[in-house]
Design a protein. Structure first.
Length: 163
């Protein structure tokens, strides 16, 4: 049996903090997660007998994920955003490089705006697992032939987006 199309699968994990603004319950408090992202990239086998170069795909995915890694995600309009930025300014907590020591890339999309020098991002909506699936797809769809995105923030919270 011959197969023409395969999927390269990349996985990465990063730690982030967020809160659900105006949520009734403990999730309204600033708290952290380990996020687990899985991307399935479809393609025909190349001359090296794989569907897509995994290292290249991981680098592209990290260009997005690095904005969240050890960072905080605020929803637009969250009053804690300004307070955190003021605290970072007062303590001199600023940086300009990503986890690879390269200049940090700013995300400026209708769904998310990042401030890498402060390791914070502002989203249009709450940073749910579904939101992460949408954001990674929207920011990478022109670079990778993504067929499935999955994001997990805990053993209970997981979502996937099939394309």
């Amino acid at each position: 049996m011959s197969h023409d199309t395969y999927r390269s699968i990349i996985k990465l994990d990063f730690q982030y903090a967020h809160r659900f603004m105006n949520y009734p319950g403990e999730a309204s408090y600033l708290h952290g997660h380990s996020g687990y992202l899985t991307l399935e990239i479809e393609g025909k086998l190349n001359e090296h007998n794989y569907a897509y170069p995994v290292k290249e795909a991981q680098k592209l995915a990290w260009e997005v994920a690095d904005n969240f890694h050890h960072g905080t995600i605020f929803q637009e309009g969250d009053p804690l955003f300004d307070l955190v930025l003021q605290g970072y300014d007062q303590t001199g907590m600023k940086g300009t490089t990503n986890r690879f020591g390269e200049p940090a890339k700013v995300l400026d999309h209708e769904l998310i705006k990042s401030y890498p020098e402060s390791r914070v991002s502002v989203s249009k909506g709450p940073s749910t697992c579904e939101w992460f699936c949408t954001v990674f797809y929207e920011l990478l769809k022109d670079k990778l032939n993504i067929k499935r995105v999955q994001f997990r923030s805990s053993s209970l919270n997981c979502a996937s987006l099939e394309l």
